[in-house]
Ligand binder design. Structure first.
Ligand code: FMN
Length: 160
């Protein structure tokens, strides 16, 4: 299978996720390329069996430049894709020590639903998605990120 991974990453955490996906795909005999979204043309993406798009979150949304990129993606209906989103880990309230409720957390974690809506409206077919957390705004990634990314890749390969 040929896989194109296109991501945005300001502080390098999403880039690490993209490169880990590439490493795992390659180790299983697939061809995988990684591109920063600034170096890719959304209307002229290289041919692939699967596209994986990744974005960091910004104030409850996917990064604006990645959202605009995804809006311009021009691929045939039925093309398979997967998404990963990097997010700040939920922080306990400084006074109460309590974590935000699941509903409150969802408000800051909309990258995957927003990008899914755009791509699915173009007739593309999602096979998997994953949220990976950073411990602080600039990183590092959460402790078990590699295991999470491993499960994500396994899920994609099962869906083939
Ligand atoms: C201005 C700003 C706003 C952010 N807003 C959110 C947010 O709403 N939700 C969230 O989960 N993470 C938020 N983050 C944390 C980012 O998700 C985090 O920096 C990013 O995932 C790290 O990935 P990168 O190293 O690939 O850039 C924000 C970060 C910055 C700098």
């Amino acid at each position: 299978m040929r896989v194109e991974i296109i991501h945005a990453s300001k502080y390098g955490n999403g880039k690490m996720v993209a490169e880990e996906i590439q490493r795992l795909m390659t180790s299983k005999g697939h061809q995988a390329s990684v591109h920063d979204h600034g170096e890719a043309r959304p209307r002229e993406l290289p041919p692939a069996d699967l596209y994986i798009f990744g974005t960091p979150a910004r104030i409850g949304k996917p990064l604006g430049s990645m959202r605009r990129f995804i809006k311009k993606v021009d691929l045939p209906e039925g093309t398979r894709y997967a998404l990963f989103a990097t997010h700040g880990a939920p922080q306990p309230n400084k006074k109460t020590g309590e974590l935000p409720s699941p509903e409150e957390q969802e408000r800051w974690y909309t990258s995957i639903p927003v990008l899914t809506e755009i791509l699915s409206s173009k007739g593309l077919v999602k096979v998997a998605d994953i949220r990976v957390f950073v411990k602080d705004l600039k990183g590092p990634l959460e402790d078990d990120w590699q295991a999470k990314v491993g499960s994500f890749v396994e899920q994609i390969l099962r869906e083939r």
